[in-house]
Ligand binder design. Structure first.
Ligand code: NDP
Length: 451
């Protein structure tokens, strides 16, 4: 019998923590988890899942407009924010129970409360000590706001999911995933949306064609995208909020949403006292096996600020559990991780951008197409899809695939398998297209550098 209460104590019941706990239990470990809020973590409670439900909800407005070109007379449509939020909350409640159940069915003990570290083998939950051989920090992250006067008047994605009323006029600050996604959500629901980005172009780090193409499509969809513009100060006024912008203008709106990045949840966990090293952003510093600077303390997911995506956290948690409790040491693979931005239209991407591929491989071949989707011929929607392949000229290997357009995430998921399998451009060419689809363009791109 071990000298500790548990073999593994997981702090945080999100995607990474739940997977790690379940797998460790399946390897025979005695597992406990502490969650201070709701099981499921950012993804299930206030991230990917509720966001995607809102995206689905907001896309109907486009469908109603498109229907006319196909012979439909769509009557007056009205949107009820309260009903949408209630339906979303019901689904999140259902998923939360499933997440908690996953732990309990695996035989793990759940503690509802905040856990902090007392020493390398002891956590305190509501001042009660519990000991464990191994501790896993899976506490995720939280949104951060810019520090400007009136910042307390801003909302973040956390609050956006629970607003009593839908803002009719909103400023969304940021050019990353969350800003592009929420600008699309509120725009689809009929709000007047202004998206402000401080830099030259949104989605820094993505392929340059993706960035400019998405920006153009967002503007066409009705979002007022202002680049090289930021908010300097916000004040309350009779009609709502008055936001002062860097260009000297000001705008009255009902809400200002900061989508300006996220930070790891490490404050007040007791890491410093125990000797767990964190970086300048507060992220737990870990090795490839997710082990921290303290031998028996590990960390996975957003708290480590590696690739902040749910499926990555899950894989980190799984690899950790196999390594430490399954006698199968293995690292989570952080290469060629596909991702999607659920903007409207969406972005799907895997592998390297053209710029990164040039740095990595020198000579690259670019295959690119911009076309009008078939549905837009009758709907009349002014919409263009971008697809792009980046190929290492020396080996013919496809090292990057990018798309801006409807269901880009669904399409790129399949392409990601080919890229992971190191497919060449010749393999893409040898693949027969499915006609008529947008996706078939990925296997019919023949001319280098042609738009
Ligand atoms: P991102 O890091 O993606 O984007 C933050 C944006 O805010 C950037 O455009 C950044 O500009 C800007 N910004 C940062 N600080 C300020 C400031 N002080 N004033 C004005 N603008 C500022 O963060 P998100 O919050 O959008 O998302 C966090 C992470 O969560 C993502 O990177 C992703 O890993 C994950 N995520 C994934 C999703 C998905 O898979 N679909 C969905 C949502 C989140 P600059 O570029 O100049 O730094």
């Amino acid at each position: 019998m071990s000298q500790y209460d548990f073999d593994l104590f997981v702090i945080g019941g999100g995607s990474g923590g739940v997977r790690a706990g379940r797998i460790a239990a399946s390897h025979g470990a005695r597992v406990a988890v502490a969650e201070e809020y709701r099981y499921g973590g950012t993804c299930v409670i206030r991230g990917c899942v509720p966001k995607k439900l809102l995206v689905y909800g907001s896309e109907f407005s486009h469908a109603f407009k498109d229907a006319a070109g196909f012979g439909w007379s769509v009557g007056e449509s009205r949107f009820d924010w309260t009903a949408m939020i209630a339906a979303k909350d019901k689904e999140i409640g259902r998923l939360e129970k499933i997440y908690r159940g996953l732990f309990e069915n695996a035989g793990a003990k759940t503690f509802d409360g905040r856990a902090t570290l007392k020493d390398a083998h002891t956590v305190l939950i509501n001042d009660k000590p519990v000991t464990a051989g191994t501790i896993l920090i899976a506490t995720g992250g939280h949104p951060v706001k810019p520090s400007i006067p009136g910042a307390e008047l801003m909302i973040t994605s956390n609050e956006a999911f629970h607003l009593k009323e839908m803002p009719k006029r909103i400023i969304v600050i940021g050019g990353g995933y969350i800003a592009c996604e929420f600008a699309g959500i509120f725009n689809g629901f009929g709000a007047k949306v202004t998206q402000l980005y401080r830099g030259e172009q949104i989605l820094r780090g993505f392929d340059h064609d993706v960035r400019s193409h998405l920006a153009g499509e967002l503007v066409k969809s009705g979002i007022d995208l202002k680049l090289k513009t930021d908010v300097t100060r916000i004040e309350k006024v009779a009609g709502g909020l008055l936001a002062h912008l860097t260009d000297g203008s000001s705008m009255e709106v009902d809400a200002v949403m900061a989508a300006t990045g996220r930070k790891p949840n490490t404050d007040g966990l007791g890491l410093e006292a125990v000797g767990v090293e964190t970086d300048a952003d507060g992220a737990v510093v870990v090795d490839e096996y997710s082990r921290s600077s303290v031998e028996n303390i590990y960390a996975v997911g957003d708290v480590t600020n590696r690739i902040n995506l749910t499926p990555v956290a899950i894989r980190e948690g799984h690899a950790f559990a196999d390594t430490v409790f399954g006698n199968k040491p293995r690292k989570a693979d952080h290469n060629d991780v596909p991702a999607a931005v659920f903007s409207q239209p969406s972005v799907g991407t895997v592998g390297l951008s053209e710029e990164d591929a040039r740095k990595a491989y020198g000579e690259v071949d670019i295959y690119r197409t911009i076309f009008r989707p078939m549905k837009a011929t009758l709907s009349g929607r002014d919409e263009r899809i971008l697809m792009k392949l980046v190929v290492d000229a020396k080996t013919d290997r496809v090292v990057g695939a990018h798309m801006v357009g409807h269901e880009a995430g669904e399409i790129i998921q399949g392409i990601a398998i080919a890229i992971k399998a190191k497919a060449t451009k010749a393999d893409f060419d040898a693949t027969v297209g499915i006609h008529p689809t947008a996706a078939e363009e990925f296997v019919t791109l023949r001319e280098k550098g042609k738009a």
